[in-house]
Write a protein that binds this ligand. Structure first.
Ligand code: PRX
Length: 660
């Protein structure tokens, strides 16, 4: 963990530029402290004020926080609103009707613009179309879409009619899709014929067909298909419909379904340390409040800004900072279909220049790969592009190492743009710990301080506060509006995972370790403390990958660990015992390839182990427990210096040193 070490040692401080401080939503540290003090003084009153100021309520709430069934907290519980109304109709009423909501850039470079009026029309038509299929408030709809205006419209249309969406990232396999459809009990899937990424046509509808053919998806009545490429697909009569045909005859207004603030807006599956992915359930009111507010606080969004978040709508970042947050504040945003390296690794910088992007939000893994590309080819170096429109940069999804931070600051931000290193999670709904661009002095590699009202702290194994300078477990001490409400279908798992009894059942456990700087109190995230890996900012459970591997007929046993990787942050390293003898040479390489492809089929290509090693056994204690810490050392290629006296089979370590 060299990066964590260098982040902890980091002492350089970068102040926000004076011109930005002057007009910022939270201007200067005193303004930040005043908001924190307001939350300390009257926690419920603080959130109630913000919810009234930032959202439009159909029926105003009178209760702010209901803790009577903790940890199943309720926010604004007797209020009613509609998320899509707040994102669209409100903008039509506010004079933003003709403002561009989305600048869409296709994989091949074609650009189209959609105004708030036009987006509203498309969402209403699709909402009416979904209603014509009998989809109602409370039904679940799975969305398996490429990055597109239609993908956003599908999410907004569900929100409009009170259906709960569950977006599945387009890189997940048929099996993963099937599991999510079944768990959510979805009545329909909205998909596309294909997606286009880096010039390649990738099937989506065919994967939906495969998922449904795997069986068990009995709740599905319809599949709605957006025609993206015109590629050849099968259309099942009576079940499958083209999106353009479904909406063609629909009215272009749709009265929103007013829902309770606690109504489930979406379920998003994410990896945990054990078992199958969990369906993180978010509510409507509290989630939208935080989406809107963090756009203002963390990104200091202003009417003239061009905002660009490079995430995919299949992840939480694409939910909060593409599908909801920017629209809730009437912003103009860029939505990009493609990948950062096509047609070349200058694509991001070229797009920033062409669209005059002023706020740019991406992941450290993308930055690191673009650093490499710029070093290798001067033509795609950011200095070749006019990046002068930028005023704020953001980072999300994994720790940003100080070296990448400095490169981003100098080469993309020209030493004039604050970098907001936003720490948060699928479960938190929005930013939790982050610098504020017009207030917080920044330290590379530190996500600095919690947003006002977020009671983040570091505790030991028994839940007691630790002093600054001592590393421990990251927790949040009070519920906040955008927090996860439960795990779909599994409230017990929700309690156990996030509010365990060992911590008194009251502290939200993030699953990350952290340390606060002795002087500044700044937070540095030291990484997951459970069996969750972060590969290119994608969250993967080691158990999920192990289950996929042992499902292969050749595999007897498997253990998966993370290994530090220069570009992807962590890489997946799998140790495998076959049912037959240990292979070597060409045969081992063949089997390794077969197993990698198998994992891609079982979960998705993002879960493919980068490295596979075969042994006759795994290092185990006498009681049969796999010694993962030894596997982590082996994966790193380091010599084992730890005590291995409890190891049943020390000779096995030599075998496992070799990658295939
Ligand atoms: O380990 C933390 C890491 O990503 C995890 C959450 O992953 P996910 O739910 O997929 O959400 C990603 C997008 C918000 C966290 O538990 N993480 C996220 N942001 C940061 C981070 N680690 C360090 N610094 C960050 N800024």
């Amino acid at each position: 963990m060299a990066d964590v070490e260098s982040a902890k040692q980091e002492s350089r401080i970068f102040n926000p530029p004076a011109n930005l401080v002057k007009d910022a939503a939270i201007s200067g540290m005193n303004a930040y402290r005043a908001l924190c003090a307001e939350a300390d003084r009257d926690y419920a009153g603080f959130w109630a004020r913000l919810a009234r100021e930032n959202l439009d309520w159909h029926k105003p709430f009178t209760q702010t926080l209901d803790e009577s069934q903790a940890p199943f907290y309720k926010w604004f519980g007797d209020g009613e609103l509609n998320v899509s109304w707040n994102c669209l109709d409100r903008n039509l009423a506010n004079g933003n009707a003709d403002k561009t909501a989305v600048i869409f850039e296709a994989d091949g470079g074609e650009v189209s613009q959609v105004s708030y009026r036009e987006l509203h029309r498309r969402v209403c038509q699709l909402a009416n179309g979904l209603k014509s299929l009998g989809i109602q408030k409370g039904d679940r709809v799975v969305i398996y879409m490429p990055m597109s205006v239609e993908g956003i419209a599908a999410m907004q249309a569900c929100a409009r009619i009170g259906a709960t969406h569950s977006v599945v990232f387009g890189g997940f396999s048929a099996k993963s899709l099937q599991e999510r459809i079944i768990d959510a009990g979805a009545v329909a899937v909205i998909t596309a014929d294909e997606q286009l990424r880096g010039g390649k046509h990738l099937p989506l509808k065919a994967i939906v067909d495969e998922a449904l053919a795997l069986g068990g998806c009995d709740t599905i009545r319809n599949v709605v298909i957006y025609r993206r490429t015109g590629g050849n697909i099968a259309v099942a009569a009576g079940r499958d419909l083209w999106l353009h045909e479904l909406v063609a005859s629909q009215a272009d207004t749709c009265e929103p379904e007013w829902v309770n603030a606690e109504h489930p807006l979406f379920i998003l599956y994410t990896s945990g340390s054990t078992g199958k992915p969990k369906g993180v359930q978010h509510a409507s009111g509290g989630y939208l409040l935080w989406a809107a507010l963090s756009m203002k606080w963390t990104f200091d969004i202003k009417p003239a800004d061009i905002f660009w978040c490079t995430a995919d709508i299949g992840w939480v970042t694409g939910h909060t900072y593409i599908a909801y947050g920017p629209l809730a504040v009437g912003a103009t945003q860029v939505v990009f279909e493609g990948i950062p390296t096509y047609p070349n690794a200058g694509r991001f910088w070229d797009m920033i220049a062409r669209h005059k992007v002023s706020i740019f939000y991406t992941a450290p893994t993308a930055i690191r790969s673009l650093i490499k590309a710029a070093d290798a080819d001067a033509k795609v170096h950011p200095s070749q592009y006019d990046l002068s429109s930028l005023r704020i940069l953001g980072s999300v999804g994994e720790p940003i190492n100080p070296e990448a931070w400095m490169w981003y600051y100098k080469n993309i931000g020209r030493e004039q743009c604050p970098i907001v290193d936003t720490f948060w999670q699928t479960e938190t709904g929005g930013h939790m710990i982050s610098p504020l661009p017009g207030a917080t002095p920044m330290v590379p590699g530190s996500c600095t301080l919690p947003l006002p009202g977020i009671m983040a702290a570091i505790v030991d194994e028994t839940g007691n506060d630790l002093p600054n300078g001592q590393g421990g477990i990251l927790v949040v001490k009070r519920p906040w509006p955008a927090m996860i409400r439960t795990i779909w279908n599994d409230p017990e798992r929700f309690k156990k995972s996030y509010f365990p009894e060992e911590f008194g059942g009251k502290l939200y456990l993030a699953g990350d370790g952290a340390i606060r700087n002795k002087e500044s109190g700044y937070f540095t995230i030291t990484g997951r403390i459970d069996d969750v890996l972060n590969v290119s900012g994608h969250r993967m459970g080691t158990m999920e990958i192990e289950s996929a591997l042992v499902a292969h007929p050749l595999v007897a046993e498997a253990a998966v660990v993370g290994k530090p990787d220069e570009t992807t942050g962590e890489a997946i390293c799998a140790f495998v015992v076959l049912k037959r003898s240990r292979p070597s040479g060409e045969e081992a390489r063949q089997i390794a390839k077969e197993l990698r492809d198998w994992v891609a089929k079982e979960i998705g290509p993002i879960a493919k182990p980068k490295e596979l090693r075969f042994g006759d056994n795994l290092p185990k204690t006498r009681s049969g427990k796999i010694m993962r810490r030894l596997l982590r050392v082996l994966a790193k290629g380091e010599e084992i210096t730890q005590d291995i006296s409890t190891l049943e089979n020390p000779a096995i370590l030599d075998q496992l040193k070799q990658a295939q």
